[in-house]
Write a protein that binds this ligand. Sequence first.
Ligand code: ADP
Ligand code: MG
Length: 238
Amino acid sequence: MASIELKAVEKWFGELQVIKGVDLAIEEGEFIIFVGPSGCGKSTLLRTIAGLEECSRGEILIEGRNVTADPPASRGLAMVFQSYALYPHMNVRDNMGFGLKTAGTPKAEIEEKVNEAARALKLETYLDRKPKELSGGQRQRVAIGRSIVRNPTAFMFDEPLSNLDAALRVEMRYELAKLHRELKATMIYVTHDQVEAMTLADRIVVLRDGIIEQVGSPRTLYERPGNLFVAQFIGSPK
Ligand code: ADP
Ligand code: MG
């Protein structure tokens, strides 16, 4: 069963149609990346899947369950915010447990979940450190750790590396790829950076003006782009 399924999804902002009938099945464990030029609807599509935007038409299924009308919190998806959104005055343990604490989870359960997440993320020996005492990659893991404690069906990222300088971006890209291999989690990722998409994705979804132009592995898109737009966007020699 596909982890997340979109059926003829449309998003309108008043008279403006931004997502124009998207069909897509995202498999469990897949690293899927939405690419396309600025303004093509990547963030809106991600936010609609997460329930942060209302889906105007069509259906969204998560693990077979129709969640189209459900609020974000009940969808089991985690939006991962940039690692600099960590609380600087809190250590890693408290950063990772913060969401559970505000949700009223009992202390013992928080501790258990944070320890479990720290093991999965290889952060066990860093639990007492503050964010500024960590590397960029470790901070990224803590940002993911905040949502992992809720056992999400998928992690969602919207241009998480866009504000970093080039060298750090390359390092973080490598760290993300490693993390995906370790966790084997479903990741839905938005970027306008072709190189990022080509190096990270199992499959790339190329969007243009609210429509999917092509879906395929980086290699397929590079070697067999479906049209000139995809070829030019991906940078293949066609
Ligand atoms: P991308 O992430 O690919 O750059 P967006 O999804 O942010 O694109 O935006 C797609 C289009 O939807 C743009 O034309 C943008 O102006 C419009 N849009 C996004 N959010 C809103 C909103 N809340 N109200 C009206 N228009 C919006
Ligand atoms: Mg965007």
